[in-house]
Design a protein. Structure first.
Length: 248
């Protein structure tokens, strides 16, 4: 049995954060003492671990609440997915570290590096990550299948797919002045939905979840901001308009 103070020290989060998680219904204590003090048992500790894993992966608190509160949520399945995601991040960071080392050697004149080498680590997996992240939120079991689907494409096809995605986002930037509900923008969103089929087949809820993630997740937001600082928020609005129109 842990008090708020002990759990705060154990998990490395502030007592204020634990109180806030309780307040928003994300993480409740196992029981309340006669004095009103919160107490936490092992099941609660496992739930907090999941919350902190999802925070590390960049999900918003609203998204985490929906995930861990879902009737089908399974801790073992979630842990396996966390492990895959973290291993992927470690691999990518190791590639970036190697790129930094190679670039340092190149600048010092001890090693010659071609232009392609300067961008090792900034891989095609970035585009794949956008498509898989929302699916991980709603249905972790299909992530491996999506990864296999992507990896099965030959290199030339991968390049074509990535180029198609960049073209869609570029066209969205050009069409932004016309408004999220305009025919031009909605046509881009329809292309974007079809584009997702290269990775997985999202339903309407997942389309909105993915668009929300572009805005809410700092990692994704930073990449969209490079194209246009308004693009992530605009796409969120456009996708919601697209889904609403499909419901009518």
């Amino acid at each position: 049995m842990y008090t708020v103070k002990k759990l705060s020290k154990l998990a490395g989060v502030s007592t204020r954060t634990l109180h806030y998680y309780d307040q928003i219904g994300l993480f409740k204590p196992s029981s309340l003492g006669a004095n009103g003090y919160r107490h936490y048992e092992e099941e609660a500790l496992l739930k907090l671990q999941q919350i902190l894993f999802y925070r590390e992966l960049g999900l918003s608190l609203d998204k985490i609440k929906a995930v861990v509160g879902h009737p089908d949520f399974d801790v073992l399945t979630a842990l396996r997915c966390h492990k895959e995601a973290l291993q992927g991040r470690v691999e990518r960071l190791n590639r970036l570290i190697q790129t930094v080392d190679n670039t340092i050697d190149h600048l010092k004149g001890s090693e010659t590096m071609n232009a392609k080498g300067l961008f090792e680590g900034f891989s095609e997996e970035e585009q794949e990550k956008y498509a898989l992240e929302a699916e991980r939120t709603y249905n972790p079991e299909t992530v491996r299948a999506s990864n296999r689907k992507w990896k099965a494409y030959p290199p030339a096809e991968k390049e074509r797919i990535l180029a198609e995605g960049k073209a869609i986002y570029a066209d969205l930037v050009v069409a932004m002045p016309k408004g999220a509900a305009s025919a031009e923008v909605q046509a881009c969103v329809a292309r974007w939905q079809n584009y997702m089929q290269y990775f997985w087949s999202p339903n309407d809820e997942q389309l909105i979840g993915l668009a929300d993630m572009y805005t809410d997740d700092p990692r994704f937001r930073a990449n969209f901001d490079k194209m246009d600082p308004k693009l992530a928020g605009f796409m969120q609005e456009a996708v919601k308009a697209y889904v609403e129109k499909r419901k009518k």
